[in-house]
Every structure is written in structure tokens, then in C-alpha cells.
Design a protein around this ligand. Structure first.
Ligand SMILES: Nc1ncnc2c1ncn2[C@@H]1O[C@H](COP(=O)(O)OP(=O)(O)O)[C@@H](O)[C@H]1O
Ligand SMILES: [Mg+2]
Length: 379
């Protein structure tokens, strides 16, 4: 198996290092935090026969360089590249091309979950409950919105509550227009206008592939700071740790009637599978007054900070942070062992799949040389 080369296992932890790239980055705090996660992971994985390197990356070239020394397994913590959230799916795409063993979901699953409208299309087509929504690309198109108020307006392809504030929840056309303009202007991307679901906010952390299971569910406890405000986990509530919203929205283990808990888990598993997520992740739900869970967000690359909800749920299930880190690596190795490139290795293997990996990233010089040869006859 990929991890048994030599005596030790060589683990590379990749994380984005792009929080200081933009002067005015609306997601700066969220992007900065991943550095702490990488350090905690490195701490948890160091020891035994593992050699662990932490590699910050901020563009495609730095990812290629970071992979040059062929790690046995990559812990992929990248949530963006170059301060652009779309870069999140480019990193696993490069890992896939290089044939490397890595933790977490594929580039396809990460791209689909990031593009909330695409994720919702797939969920709806499979009958997984998700609130009705529309995508608005220009303010002129606001007249086409035919959803009933209240609505919530969010950037179509961001994460970590970027762009979410109290004024994202709108109850009339004038505030809808303002919220949509704000998203278009700040994030330079379409706005998702979605039916706002009043009700409890429940998170379902999922772990594993064959035999996937839910870890203990958590719930956001909206306190006094939300008394006459919409109960949303805004960017401030998530990242400004001294704000009343943050102090008043702790996440706790959810105490749910058994039937509701089972419904939440079933919906979350369906959503996770619909997007082909794998290894670990979290599905966020709002539960309406009738007890129906609605999927509002799928996080295949959820926050793995030791103090974040996912790790605390793992702990409640008896997995220490170190157990969790080691288990994520095991899951990646199990998947990779069955990877097509490995299965095809042998006398009749296709040439493309025979090598341990195709080293596409390491042979940029070679690719250029071939391109030069092709051009020569025309010279
Ligand atoms: N349809 C919705 N109904 C009610 N609250 C919502 C809805 N969508 C989002 N929210 C609130 O906004 C927060 C952030 O939205 P989410 O879709 O999870 O964005 P992100 O991907 O940035 O985390 C959620 O945690 C929740 O509190
Ligand atoms: Mg979310």
C-alpha cells in the first residue's frame, strides 16, 4: 500500500496561506484560521513512524512545488487558493492528476458543494429536501424572483458564512434588492436567493465511506443577541470571537427526539452521497416547525480545528483529536489502495496507469519540450 514505502510514512499537510493577499478580503479571518488547524494536525500526526511536513500554499505553482517530494499521504486542508474560494477544488484536482493519496473529498465533490446552486439542483433532483432558491446575476433580474418572503441572500460560491449578516435575511423587495446588490458588489459573483427556514440549526458530522456513520449531532444555541434578530450564524458570529453574536451562538451537542434525530441523519447521509462526498464532512440543516429537516449547506471540507464542532463531536463519540487525524489518513489509504491506477498495475496495465503516479506536476519541463517539438515543422 502507498504508506508502506520504507520504514516511515511521509505525510504532507497542505493548507492555504492567502489571508493577507487581498487588501480587502471579506473572508480574511476564515482564511487565516486554517494555519492553526494545520499546526494542530501536525502535532496530532507527529510521532510513531510518521514524518510530517506542513506546507502553506497560495497558488497553483506552490501546490505543484509542495508535492514535488512525493508524500505517501497528503492531508488536504486547503479551503481556497489566492484568496479565491474556487481554488478549493483545484488542489484535489492536482492531487488526483498526480495520483497521490489524500484525505477528504474529490475535486468534483468540493466544487459542487461550493457552488450552492449546483449542489441544490442535484439534491432536488434526488428528492433531498433543500429550500427553494434562485440565482440572481444582475440587479435587473430581481423582478424574476417569485419566492415567498422571508428569504435569505448569500453569495453563490462562498463558505464560512462569508457575506452572511442579519441584513441577509429579507422580508420585502427593497431589502432584497439591497442584499443582492451587496453580494454582487462585494463578492463579484451571483447571489443565491433562498427560502429562509425559521427553526433549529442542526449539524450532522459524518465520518467514513463504507459504513459511514454520523457522529453526535450539534445544534447552534441562539441566545439573547438574537432576541429580535434573525437567527443566522453570520460571519461576525463565526469569526469575531468578542462579538455578542459569537458569544451568544455556541454550538452544543443536540438533544433531539429520536425520530427527529434519525430524520436529520437520513437527510444528511442522502445529501453527502448525492454530491459524492467522502471520508469526512458536515451537513448543515434547518428544521422547520413541522419537524422537516432542510439541507442548507454541505461542507465536505469542514473546519477540523480541535475546538471546532466536528472534532468535538468526534470526541463525544470517543475519538480523541489524534484518533481522528489518524483515522482520516487510514480512510484515505483505504480508498487509494483500491484506486484504478493501482488495480491496473501489472503486465497488461494501460501505460497511463502503470507508474506509481504520472508525475504530471513534476514534469512541466517535459510537457513544454513536447509542445516545442510539435511547433517545429511550422517554423
Ligand atoms: N435557507 C436558510 N434558512 C435559514 N437560515 C439559513 C439559510 N441558509 C443559510 N442560513 C444561515 O446562514 C448561515 C450561513 O449559511 P450557509 O449556507 O451555511 O453558508 P456558508 O457556506 O458560508 O457556511 C447558516 O449557518 C444559517 O444560520
Ligand atoms: Mg455553513
Amino acid at each position: 500500500m502507498c504508506y508502506q514505502r520504507g520504514l516511515s510514512m511521509f505525510v504532507t499537510i497542505l493548507h492555504n496561506h492567502d489571508h493577507a493577499l487581498l487588501e480587502d478580503d471579506p473572508g480574511r479571518e476564515a482564511r487565516a484560521d486554517v494555519v492553526n488547524v494545520a499546526a494542530a494536525m501536525a502535532d496530532a500526526l507527529s510521532g510513531g513512524k510518521r514524518r510530517v511536513l506542513v506546507k502553506p500554499v497560495d497558488d497553483v505553482t506552490s501546490v505543484a512545488d509542495a508535492l514535488g517530494d512525493a508524500p505517501d499521504v497528503v492531508v488536504n486542508l486547503c479551503e481556497s487558493l489566492g484568496a479565491d474560494s474556487r481554488g478549493e477544488s483545484l488542489v484535489p484536482a492536482m492531487l488526483e492528476l498526480a495520483g497521490l493519496c489524500f484525505t477528504g473529498s474529490s475535486s468534483l465533490a468540493l466544487a459542487l458543494s461550493l457552488h450552492k446552486n449546483k449542489a441544490k439542483e442535484i439534491l432536488s433532483s434526488r428528492g433531498v429536501p433543500t429550500p427553494r432558491a434562485m440565482v440572481i446575476e444582475r440587479v435587473e433580474d430581481l423582478v424574476t424572483v417569485d419566492l415567498a418572503f422571508p428569504l435569505i441572500v448569500k453569495p453563490t460560491r462562498e463558505d464560512a458564512s462569508m457575506g452572511i449578516g442579519f441584513d441577509s435575511v429579507v422580508r420585502d423587495r427593497a431589502s432584497l434588492g439591497k442584499a443582492v446588490s451587496r453580494v454582487l458588489r462585494t463578492f463579484h459573483q451571483p447571489a443565491l436567493v433562498e427560502q429562509y427556514v425559521e427553526g433549529r440549526e442542526i449539524y450532522v458530522p459524518l465520518l467514513g465511506n463504507a459504513g459511514r456513520r454520523a457522529l453526535p449531532l450539534t445544534e447552534i444555541q441562539f441566545g439573547a443577541a438574537f432576541a429580535d434578530k434573525p437567527k443566522v450564524l453570520s460571519y461576525t458570529a463565526k469569526w469575531d470571537t468578542s462579538s455578542p453574536e459569537c458569544l451568544d451562538s455556541p454550538s452544543r451537542l443536540a438533544d433531539l427526539p429520536r425520530g427527529l434525530q434519525q430524520r436529520c441523519i437520513a437527510v444528511a447521509l442522502d445529501a453527502f452521497e448525492a454530491l459524492e462526498c467522502r471520508d469526512y464532512g458536515r451537513v448543515d440543516l434547518r428544521v422547520d416547525a413541522s419537524g422537516q429537516p432542510w439541507v442548507i449547506d454541505i461542507n465536505p471540507n469542514c473546519d477540523l480545528h480541535p475546538q471546532a464542532g466536528y472534532s468535538r463531536s468526534a470526541q463525544a463519540a470517543g475519538l480523541s483529536y489524534q484518533d481522528l487525524a489518524l483515522h482520516l489518513i487510514e480512510l484515505a489509504q483505504e480508498r487509494h489502495h483500491g484506486h484504478q491506477a493501482r488495480r491496473l498495475a501489472g503486465p497488461n496495465a494501460a501505460r497511463r496507469a502503470a507508474a506509481p503516479h504520472r508525475d504530471l506536476l513534476g514534469r512541466r519541463g517535459g510537457l513544454r519540450a513536447r509542445a516545442d517539438r510539435r511547433r517545429r515543422p511550422a517554423e
